[in-house]
Design a protein around this ligand. Structure first.
Ligand code: T46
Length: 137
């Protein structure tokens, strides 16, 4: 991991760098992550500009990449802090701590890859925004 986040309770971008050249193509490696990976998923063929997400997670932490296309993220913390991130480079990951409400929009052909700290557990989701606003960690 080339860049380290100073505060793992806040979201941020991690630049993993790339090896290669425009002549041959590139490799990006994700290692020495801030959590053990327990799940990997990817999202694709999302219609242009449709909004996904609209939830937060109680424990889950993630690092998310746009392997292709552009993905715009809006994040909101339980403390009311707000962040906007535009993912458009395959070597840059977005770290999302637990308890951030997220929405995202995909460009045409965007492909999202997620490295997740936990297996899929539906009970980890907070899907009601009002519940999230009243959430006390
Ligand atoms: C996030 C963004 C980037 C599973 O069965 N297993 C899984 O591991 C996942 C991620 C989803 N699903 C099922 C649950 C739902 O029936 O797939 C359906 C859609 O899942 P979800 O509402 O979580 O999809 P997104 O794209 O709104 O959100 C997901 C992540 O949950 C979320 O944490 O940050 O991708």
């Amino acid at each position: 991991m080339n860049d380290t986040l100073n505060d793992l309770s806040k979201p941020g971008l991690i630049n993993f760098g790339k090896v290669g050249s425009s002549a041959l193509g590139y490799i990006t490696v994700a290692e020495k992550l801030p959590f053990e990976i327990k799940r990997v998923y990817w999202t694709y063929y999302a219609p242009h500009e449709v909004m996904r997400g609209n939830h937060a997670h109680k424990e889950l932490r993630q690092i998310i990449f746009a392997l292709g296309g552009v993905i715009n993220f809006e994040l909101e913390g339980v403390d009311g802090s707000k962040y906007h991130y535009m993912l458009e480079s395959p070597e840059v990951g977005l770290y999302i701590p637990k308890l951030y409400w997220r929405t995202m929009k995909f460009s045409h052909n965007a492909v999202l890859l997620c490295l997740a700290s936990e297996e899929y557990v539906e009970d980890d989701y907070i899907r009601e925004y009002s519940e999230f606003l009243n959430w006390r960690p």
